[in-house]
Design a protein around this ligand. Structure first.
Ligand code: PRP
Ligand code: URA
Length: 206
């Protein structure tokens, strides 16, 4: 299943981040802002627990997030979404999954993996701005499930029908949240119209 966050503020920022004239500083800011909006929607099913809080006036019956939240950015472009989600859930633990897409085969290659210790209540949020063929996301979910993940979601900025179908077929229990389902993948397996190479645009490497 996937959810496209069609809020006007998200769509406005998407128009700005897609623009080839947008430089890496603004690209990073927009990635953070879009991530916050998409994650706001993605996190609405987090569980809450009752807590009492002493205000200056009285005792208030309040609720706080009960889940352990683990954020897993797929390196390197996923780093561009980390600040945005940590603004919403500052106590989240962060694990890193290093994957790059081999330029010739387009298959993901793992080069780093450092995860928080799994807990029963953990909800894993895999973040990567681009879900293209879906290979990287599937590889990350495979590794997380092998490591004990029971509940997870994926948050991206842009995806396409091919990528959604691949993730849904390999991991039907996982919901993908995105700001846009774009049209298709081109011959280089880039999303069209997409954002281009998200890692290079975030970090100014090209
Ligand atoms: C990009 C992107 C995803 C992956 C998406 O990373 O950030 O991780 O490609 O493609 P897929 O869905 O077809 O697997 P890339 O391999 O360019 O590495 P980078 O983040 O280090 O730039
Ligand atoms: N990786 C990117 O950065 N962009 C795409 O469109 C596809 C993969």
């Amino acid at each position: 299943m996937h959810v496209e966050v069609d809020h006007p503020c998200v769509q406005h920022k998407l128009a700005l981040i897609r623009d080839a004239e947008t430089g890496h500083k603004r690209f990073r800011e927009l990635a953070t802002e879009i991530t916050m909006f998409v994650c706001y929607e993605a996190l609405k099913n987090l569980e809450l627990e009752d807590v009492e809080v002493q205000t200056p006036v009285a005792t208030a019956q309040c609720r706080k997030i009960a889940n352990d939240v683990f954020v897993i950015p797929i390196l390197r472009a996923g780093i561009g979404m980390l600040d945005g989600i940590l603004e919403l859930v500052p106590t989240a633990r962060v694990g890193f999954m290093g994957l790059y897409r081999d330029e010739a085969t387009k298959q993901p290659v793992e080069y780093y993996n450092k995860m928080p210790v799994n807990t029963d209540s953990a909800i894993y949020i895999v973040v990567d701005p681009m879900l293209a063929t879906g290979g990287s996301t599937v590889a990350a979910l495979d590794a997380l499930k092998a490591n004990g993940m029971k509940r997870g979601i994926v948050v991206c900025i842009v995806t396409c029908p091919e990528g959604i179908a691949t993730v849904e077929s390999a991991h039907p229990d996982i919901t993908i949240y995105t700001a846009s389902v774009d049209d298709y993948l081109n011959e280089k397996k880039y999303i069209v119209p997409g954002l281009g190479d998200a890692g290079d645009r975030l970090f100014g490497t090209r």
